[in-house]
Design a protein around this ligand. Structure first.
Ligand SMILES: Cc1ncc(COP(=O)(O)O)c(C=O)c1O
Length: 394
């Protein structure tokens, strides 16, 4: 394995961007309404359809680049993943609708919170990192009172990936629309919107697709679109303006956006998506899985406790508990002395855990070197660890 001597940036997004993406963002300004931007949008839409793992489209303007030979359309949102999630929720539900949101971490809780601003929510809170109780969720769906089931597919705060195929199957059986925050799953681990019958999925550029922060996208099917339009026509929609889906749909047909788009971010993201295409989606899923398995097996072998249930550990982020006596000063030392960044924990786990990202374009060499530095830094903090050959875990 080649050695790596640069900074190690192993956070679960935003991830580092490649040179082609950075160069594209340095392109001199173009107008938002001219043919050049339509070219950018067409390429971006087509790349997004690939990342969403839905039917392809031609990366050419005036060719319905946002649509494919299936039931989904992609809509680019100038804003981070949270804006895209809000767009989905605000446009899809009426204030008296009831939605089911099971959660096991911070971002699922955020999905529930966003929903609570627009409709009624049955929020079933599981412990962070524990798998959902599918039996309990089945019983809830049997009540036939839910307008949709929404999940955070890959829970970045606790390192667990939900059992989406099982949840999708349940939703299909109970005829309940299924919506996913796929912000750290789409592009990084298997997502099959069509097979799962999902109405909507959301991706943020800065995560698995290694694009810039501040731009996101949604993939929505025709049922989602029809429902959103019907709610609007019946005068039952929540107030939206910037995130109004109907305005976005009007302009999307013409490779445009309703408001001034994040032009240079769109340019960068579409180049990052080209890199994903070159690697292939399966290639990226496999690399992310290999990296995360390596981290999980290594730290388990060293005696660390991982937060997430073993059978549902994420391929894009691993949550590792600090050993007794270690806190976030370890992370500061890792950054300052070892030029290696991982991320800390949120809310009640702050200072008790760290998270290692394995998304985007991270190489095995960087991950191996980063893990070696983490181990050295733990030893500096007085943690006794056996000698291991880190490479052998990857
Ligand atoms: C799973 C998940 N959902 C939502 C978000 C929020 O996305 P953003 O910060 O792009 O608004 C994040 C960010 O880390 C995330 O990991």
């Amino acid at each position: 394995m080649a050695s790596y001597d640069g900074d190690c940036f192993l956070v679960p997004g935003p991830v580092r961007m490649n040179q082609a993406c950075l160069d594209a963002m340095a392109t001199p300004t173009i107008t938002a309404r001219g043919p050049e931007f339509r070219d950018v949008m067409a390429e971006l839409n087509s790349g997004l359809r690939y990342a969403f793992n839905i039917a392809p489209s031609k990366p050419e303007k005036k060719n319905q680049s946002w649509a494919g030979d299936d039931d989904y359309k992609v809509v680019v949102v100038s804003g981070s993943g949270t804006a895209a999630m809000e767009m989905v929720i605000a446009n899809r539900f009426r204030s008296n609708d009831l939605v089911l949101v099971p959660t096991n971490g911070k971002f699922g809780e955020r999905v529930a919170e966003i929903c609570s601003r627009f409709c009624n929510v049955k929020h079933i809170k599981y412990e962070w990192g524990r798998a959902f109780d599918l039996f309990e969720l089945e019983q809830q769906l049997e009540r036939k009172c839910y307008e949709a089931l929404l999940i955070c597919h890959n829970e970045t705060s606790s390192g667990i990936t939900q059992d989406a195929p099982a949840l999708a199957e349940m939703c299909q059986r109970h005829n309940t629309p299924f919506i996913l925050d796929g912000i750290t799953s789409i592009g990084g681990l298997p997502v099959h919107l069509e097979q799962w019958g999902a109405e909507a999925g959301v991706v943020g550029a800065q995560k698995c697709t290694a694009g810039p922060s501040g731009i996101a996208a949604i993939a929505i099917n025709s049922h989602f679109i029809e429902r959103s339009k019907a709610i609007r026509e019946q005068g039952e929609c929540s107030p939206t303006y910037y995130l109004d889906l109907i305005s976005a749909l009007k302009k999307g047909d013409d490779d445009q956006t309703p408001w001034t788009p994040a032009i240079n971010l769109a340019m960068g993201w579409s180049k990052a998506l080209n890199t994903l295409k070159e690697e292939t989606l399966e290639g990226r899923w496999n690399r992310c899985e290999m990296l995360s398995k390596g981290v999980q097996n290594l730290f388990s072998h060293l005696g660390f406790e991982l937060l997430a249930d073993p059978f549902q550990r994420s391929s894009t982020v691993t949550a590792i508990m600090y050993p007794e006596g270690v806190d976030d000063t370890w992370r500061s030392d890792l950054k300052n002395k070892y030029h290696t960044q991982v991320i800390g924990a949120q809310d009640h786990l702050k200072g008790k855990m760290f998270r290692v990202g394995s998304m985007g374009e991270t190489t095995v060499e960087e991950m191996v070197e980063g893990c070696k530095r983490m181990i050295s830094c733990f030893k500096d903090h007085g943690v006794e660890l056996p000698d291991v050959e880190v490479e052998s875990f990857f």
